[in-house]
Design a protein around this ligand. Structure first.
Ligand SMILES: [Zn+2]
Length: 311
């Protein structure tokens, strides 16, 4: 019996080591102004493939200010505006120095980790550490396609321990034409974003070290949109999406408790979240908490306000 237990113990240690040998990698893909409700109704084959091994919600919400500055600050720091202090795109009086972005924390925790960021909305560099920026090109200069190619090359060939890739074109189409699935320009940009995601997944698959790695891939957006704008509190403006896909993640979709009760263009005040069943759906604050859980970084130490979706 003793020998049998000894063998079990040996096998247990071996299997733990086999698991521990995999190098963890994190990729966060952000797309500006992309409504979850619209993603659900447009064919997005690459996102569909990703959600086969993901915890995800197309009914997630921005439960803060539906503007890019605060939205991306929520996503990258894991705390809300009462802590990071970003309430608009001026970033005036922000407290970001006390609430570092997750790439900065990863560098702090793992000194040899390679972190990188690719983005076309330059103020993202106020939230992220500027030294992580790899290529600079604005969305207004057809930046998405350019930055995308640089990100693909990077993901394919570099260690890429933790990477952020941001796209801006969906939001531009929303502002120019409307944030709706029946608006051809908005529809087209979402289809293009889906292709970008497919390319990034191909880049990961093409890594020579892929079989020795465990990847966590997170996707989200800063806000939704109503008519041709955002910044208000309608469900359309709060409506975002969150996807957390990974090698060891089992498919689970999170929906509001009473779906369809609240019209998409109706206001959703924060005190009414429970009333309309939106108190249990993911928020932007859950992204960093999930990354920290995956990498076993102590969220409490950084005062994170979200919850890990891997739990
Ligand atoms: Zn916008």
């Amino acid at each position: 019996m003793k020998r049998f237990l000894g063998l079990l113990g040996f096998l247990f240690v071996v299997s733990l080591n086999a698991h521990a040998q995999k190098t963890k990698k994190v990729l966060f893909i952000g797309t500006d102004g992309t409504r979850g409700e619209v993603l659900r109704s447009i064919p997005t084959p690459n996102l569909d493939l990703l959600t086969k091994k993901a915890i995800f919600s197309y009914d997630a919400i921005n439960n803060g200010i539906t503007i890019s500055g605060p939205g991306w600050s929520n996503l990258f720091t894991g705390v809300g505006e009462s802590k990071h202090g970003v309430i608009d795109n001026s970033f005036k009086n922000n407290q970001l120095r006390d609430h570092p972005d997750f790439l900065t924390v990863i560098k702090e925790q793992f000194s040899d980790a390679q972190t990188a960021a690719f983005y076309t909305w330059i103020p993202v560099g106020i939230i992220l550490d500027k030294t992580d920026l790899r290529v600079e090109k604005k969305y207004s200069q057809n930046g998405d396609a350019y930055v995308h190619q640089a990100a693909i090359d990077f993901i394919k060939h570099e260690p890429a321990d933790a990477t952020v890739v941001y796209y801006g074109d969906v939001d531009i189409a929303g502002h120019d034409h409307g944030f709706y699935e029946d608006v051809p320009q908005y529809y087209e940009e979402i289809v293009q974003f889906d292709r970008y995601v497919g390319d990034l997944m191909d880049a990961i698959a093409a890594r020579t070290t892929r079989s020795e790695e465990e990847w966590l891939i997170l996707l989200s957006t800063d806000h939704g949109g109503h008519k041709t704008g955002h910044g208000g509190i309608t469900l359309q403006e709060r409506n975002i999406f969150v996807i957390v896909a990974g090698d060891n993640v089992t498919k689970r979709e999170i929906k509001p408790k009473h779906p369809g009760v609240l019209e998409q263009d109706a206001p959703l005040a924060l005190e009414d979240l429970a009333k309309y069943g939106y108190d249990q759906v993911p928020t932007q604050l859950d992204i960093v908490a999930t990354i920290f859980d995956f990498l076993q970084i102590d969220s409490e130490k950084y005062g994170l306000e979200g919850k890990s979706l891997l739990k």
